[in-house]
Design a protein around this ligand. Structure first.
Ligand SMILES: [Zn+2]
Length: 214
């Protein structure tokens, strides 16, 4: 997980739908000696999503402007695309990035996502994997496909998003025994999955397209 910065930046925002891919491209955080602040009238600027490319131009992550600026100021990444907005540090104005690229190549493990409730819901798009209902996170629970009581593990392959109704109906049974059918086989949250999410988010920013749709 990430350390807090002592740079006076805003707290890390949640990204929008899909909440995508936040941790991958974050090298060890060190304090940045420059305070970046968005104009008070534009608080959302620092929270806008930025596409992160590996040194090879392969898209690997989506982060927030605030984090992207930290990476740029540390010399870890450079802007490939910017938008017209500027933010001001103590010494200079910086164009807000839309796409950044890491200057040195980072190996991204095939399964780099933490197994968490949040990431399972993200992978399953907040959709009950039995009845297909799309629900707010608060109305979803995690279901062990093979019940824990029968040796089912807490893993990417055995955990799915489920509404409470399907979860109760299933109880301590397998989907087959309960007459339920999984919408799709649960898989690890891989780079492929993140790319799908990045594509969804990418629809919001034309400048992302040439990196995402290849
Ligand atoms: Zn359901």
């Amino acid at each position: 997980m990430e350390k807090r910065h002592s740079s006076g930046l805003r707290p890390r925002p949640n990204l929008g739908p899909g909440g995508a891919a936040r941790e991958v491209a974050a090298p060890q955080a060190v304090p940045v000696p420059v305070a970046v602040s968005a104009p008070a009238s534009r608080p959302s600027v620092m929270q806008a999503p930025v596409l992160v490319l590996n040194a090879t131009f392969e898209p690997i992550n989506v982060t927030a402007v605030r984090r992207a600026l930290v990476l740029m100021l540390k010399g870890v990444a450079q802007a490939e695309e910017t938008n017209r907005t500027e933010v001001h540090s103590t010494s200079k104005a910086i164009q807000v990035p839309s796409v950044i690229r890491l200057l040195s190549y980072r190996h991204i493990p095939q399964q780099s996502r933490a197994l968490s409730r949040k990431n399972i819901l993200l992978r399953d798009r907040n959709t009950c994997q039995f009845c297909g209902a799309a629900l707010p996170a608060s109305e979803l629970t995690l279901d062990h496909v093979m019940p824990r009581s029968r040796g089912g593990r807490s893993s990417w392959e055995n955990l799915v998003a489920s509404c409470y109704s399907c979860n109760n109906r299933k109880g301590d049974r397998t989907p087959e025994e309960a007459g339920l059918k999984l919408r799709r086989r649960p898989r690890p949250f891989t780079l492929h999955t993140s790319r799908q999410l990045m594509r969804l988010i990418g629809h919001r920013d034309e400048k992302w397209r040439k990196y995402l749709f290849y």
